[in-house]
Design a protein around this ligand. Structure first.
Ligand code: 7RM
Length: 637
């Protein structure tokens, strides 16, 4: 097991060591894991291709590190607590021993269906225990999981399945989320019409909904498990074999499949989990993220389970049956560590303080925040009302591509500053650069956030298109990994993340590419073109503002087009990408070379036209006036 840092002095000492001798430092961490064969070399890397390899030629299985390594001391300790959407339904608690057995059964069932090492498995499941079980079963047999958040549309699911040519999909007939009941299987049916690589759909019965089962293709979960042994020997994997693919939005094109490999991800997930959260024996950890996002992968499932922790997974939403739900869960299980997103905090602030002040939250020791910058008001409410001023808040900055937390306080150790992610973890070497890529030295500075040295959890590739990985992350600035975020470093060397500097909008902590939303809007037969920007939103952090030009519309068409656009985006991407504001406009501001000037649209969306900057390069400056007049917000000049 990883030994936790326990003081600021020890942090500084580990940090120094990790920079002066990264290989020695990470070898020491990796030695605490179970390897079938030790690595020949700790690290091989260049950021040119890029080519990053950790624990070269090491052989292992990540699930042996969750199970075989933990079972001797934790067989009867609860690994996973499942809290259902409906508080009246019974919770499920699985010990390490019970979870292991379930993982082995599904691993064997997958094998029986012909799934083996390297095959890709799509997982499109609600937040039920079968989701982490399926995920770990894939890892057990060396298959690559590609989990798709169950809020994505049929088209998004289809694109993801086809991009990585998944062989099988694990899904459910339906799901419960708050008072909604989603017919998941019908979404899958729609997607699979165009997914020739899928041989079988395994269907879990979660809701009462009757569904259509396709003969020869679809198999009920219980039939899938029938006659399968509960004993399974882990597949021996290479440290650099793929563990999973997770799709995420970028500034251009369709979502890309971020690829993580086993050894490095494993070491970094446990190391960062233990150090950031300072988890202790007997603690109960609750991460509210869905496993369909990276936070759920690294800090609901892999990190805590590697560390032998007790991890809660919650099927529902914070507002169901009422706005006290999170706090009821905290009280019910005596949660010590609570990790959520600022958007959830802001939504709960809006519901009033009574929902939290009336609950017993005395078990809490550490609070976490992730996904977007936490504004000072939300930080203060979280600190005062939830943490009663006695729980450190770890504002954890990281990305799908980083695999784990890179910049964050260590709970109870690092001094806190509201809205600051504070300091890099040992092994993490951030730099700020100007637009030309010059490194900005010293403190009290601001720039684009990059990393100049690899850490074990770093992205290895984008599935099926390695050059896209190079272009997206390693080509903007030579020999640096570029995060896409801007940041400031204050007088103490603490980092404050300022947000995306590219065309990615962070909506409620979820990444939405403007290009993706535009492509969806442009599919409407009456739409000529569109430009999408983010604007400040009190709950979501950022909202989606779409400027749209159309062909001539009749009054009837005009009356329905906005709804049609919203429905189209929801159908093509998913409800999370729906525009909050749509402005029909006769034109878009373009340069003479035809590039849309989003900077201007962003300013107008923010309600500030006082500093539009130079508009003289515009092809037709008068469109700006038209847009300001029709803006869906009061625009100050
Ligand atoms: C974990 C996750 C990544 C983007 C990232 C940032 C933003 C995440 C914070 C944050 C400010 C934070 N992965 N972001 N955490 N911004 N403070 N603590 O969210 O791939 O979905 O998103 O999220 O812009 O680049 S993600």
């Amino acid at each position: 097991m990883i030994k936790k840092i326990s003081s600021m002095a020890e942090y500084h000492q580990q940090y120094q060591e990790s920079v002066q001798d990264p290989e020695g430092f990470w070898a020491k961490q990796a030695e605490t894991f179970m390897w079938q064969k030790k690595w020949d070399k700790v690290l091989d890397w260049n950021f040119k291709e890029p080519n990053v390899k950790w624990f070269v030629n090491g052989k292992l299985n990540i699930t042996e590190n969750i199970f075989e390594r933990n079972l001797p001391t934790r067989r009867d300790q609860v690994a996973l607590i499942w809290e259902p959407n409906d508080p009246k339904e019974k919770e499920i608690k699985l010990t390490y021993g019970q979870l292991f057995e379930k993982v082995c059964v599904v691993a064997n069932a997958l094998k029986k269906q012909g799934v083996g090492k390297g095959d890709r498995v799509a997982i499109y499941l609600p937040m039920v225990p079968e989701l982490p079980i399926a995920m770990l079963a894939c890892a057990r047999i060396g298959a690559v999981h590609s989990i798709v958040f169950a809020g994505f549309s049929a088209t998004s699911l289809m694109d993801r399945i086809n991009d990585s040519q998944c062989k099988i999909i694990l899904t459910a007939n339906g799901l419960f989320r708050g008072n909604k009941n989603v017919a998941l299987k019908s979404i899958v049916d729609e997607a699979l019409v165009n997914c020739p690589s899928i041989e079988h759909a395994i269907v879990l019965r979660r809701t009462g909904d009757p569904i259509n089962m396709v003969e020869g293709r679809d198999i009920w979960w219980e039939d899938f498990l029938k006659g399968v042994s509960n004993e399974n020997t882990a597949e021996v994997m290479d440290s650099e074999d793929t563990l999973f693919i997770l799709y995420t939005s970028g500034s251009t094109g369709k979502p890309k499949g971020v690829l993580h490999t086993i050894g490095g991800f494993m070491v970094y997930a446990e190391y960062s989990f233990m150090n950031v959260f300072q988890y202790n024996e007997g603690d109960v950890y609750f991460c509210t993220a869905d496993i369909g996002w990276i936070t759920g992968h690294s800090y609901l499932a892999y990190g805590p389970l590697l560390a032998g922790a007790t991890s809660i997974m919650f099927e529902g939403v914070p507002s169901y049956p009422d706005a006290g739900r999170f706090w009821d869960i905290v009280d019910k299980y005596k949660v010590t560590h609570f990790y959520t997103a600022p958007t959830a905090i802001r939504a709960l602030i809006a519901m009033g303080d009574d929902w939290v002040t009336s609950k017993d939250l005395s078990s809490l020791k550490v609070l976490g925040s992730v996904g977007e910058p936490i504004n000072e008001e939300a930080w203060k409410w979280y600190n005062d009302l939830v943490g009663k001023g006695r729980c450190p808040i770890v504002d954890t900055w990281w990305q799908t591509e980083t695999g784990g937390i890179l910049i964050s306080p260590l709970a109870g150790i690092t001094p806190l500053k509201p809205s600051y992610a504070t300091l890099p973890l040992p092994g993490v070497q951030p730099v700020l650069v100007d637009p030309e890529g010059n490194v900005i030295e010293g403190n009290n500075v601001q720039g684009n956030l990059c990393m100049k040295f690899p850490w074990p959890g770093i992205i290895r590739s984008t599935y099926g298109d390695h050059d896209r990985c190079r272009v997206n992350y390693f080509a903007t600035y030579e020999n640096l990994y570029f995060t896409g975020d801007g940041a400031k470093r204050d007088e103490d060397g603490f980092y404050r993340i300022l947000g995306r500097v590219d065309d990615v909008i962070n909506v409620s902590g979820h990444r939405i590419g403007t290009a993706e939303v535009e492509d969806a809007i442009n599919q409407h037969p009456k739409v000529v073109e569109s430009a999408v920007v983010g604007y400040p939103h009190p709950i979501k952090g950022a909202g989606i503002y779409a400027y749209v030009t159309t062909e001539h519309l009749t009054d009837d068409q005009l009356a329905t087009i906005e709804k049609e656009i919203v429905d189209l985006v929801s159908k093509l991407i998913g409800p999370i990408a729906k525009p909050d504001k749509i402005q029909l406009t006769p034109g878009l501001p373009k340069t003479r070379s035809g590039k849309i000037m989003r900077r201007i649209l962003r300013k107008i969306g923010e309600g500030d036209a006082s500093s539009l900057g130079d508009t003289s390069t515009l092809l037709d400056p008068s469109v700006v006036e038209d847009i300001i007049k029709g803006a869906k917000v009061d625009v100050k000049r």
